[in-house]
Design a protein around this ligand. Sequence first.
Ligand code: SF4
Length: 288
Amino acid sequence: MLTFPMKEFETHEQTYYDKGVHFILFGVFSFLLFRVLIQRKDEFFKSAILSLLFGSLYAFSLEFLQNYVPGRTVDELDLLAGVGGAILAMFYAFFIHKSPKPSLLLHVCCIGCGVYVSQLLKKEFKVTLYFYNPNIFPLREYEKRLEEIKKVARRYRLKVILGDYDHDKWREMVRGYEKEPERGARCMLCYRERLENTAKYANKNNFHYFATTLTTSPHKNAKAIMKFGQELGREYELGFLDRDFKKNDGFKKSAALSRELQLYRQDYCGCEFSLAEAEKRRKARESK
Ligand code: SF4
């Protein structure tokens, strides 16, 4: 296509057609390259410059090769058309990439689920992580989870907002429900309070949506979480993203990603009561 028909036999129509083909071909090539790079790097300017460079270099190399094809000569206008196509493709990429996405405040309880869900949602939303978990006990465990979140957020260039950590206040809230099993009445209070705090922050800071990674775990009551989220969404005039993230093997995928990134994965939900239950389970396993 780029070497034939031979130049001396070209009509005016064929010349325009030929330039048009160069323009489209190198434009499409550069745009596809941009899509591959942006998915791997998620850095707009680096991806656009590399795509423009490679698109132009490709156009230049093919034009240069014309010197070695019998009956062909280098045509600067073909080269200009190719580079022009690559430049226009980058303008188009800029337009698509910069078109605003709705903002979403994503409540995270640990980074394993946080990184999986944030990567899942990043194409649709501008995601900010919100670490608000006063339920976590002891403080050492809270700090460990937080450290992991900060580490991964740096790696994935995610913004993290820290909520308050007041475990005594949380204990006051669940007073009288200490003996409840996991997924029982104490957990309902715990889910709702963390979601309400997230909704309040999202409302105050003009987010469009809020969501939580809590639905990634098969040990949590996703139906109740979504019901609370919808109620709070109405109350705080926000969209609640009511997705059950464990669907489509979400929990397995998040565990696999954590292993791949060598992340810390706790073996209990968060509070001292769930820690005691986990220890009981551990002892029962060991005594078998
Ligand atoms: S088990 Fe988990 S969800 Fe239930 S109260 Fe404890 S920390 Fe909250």
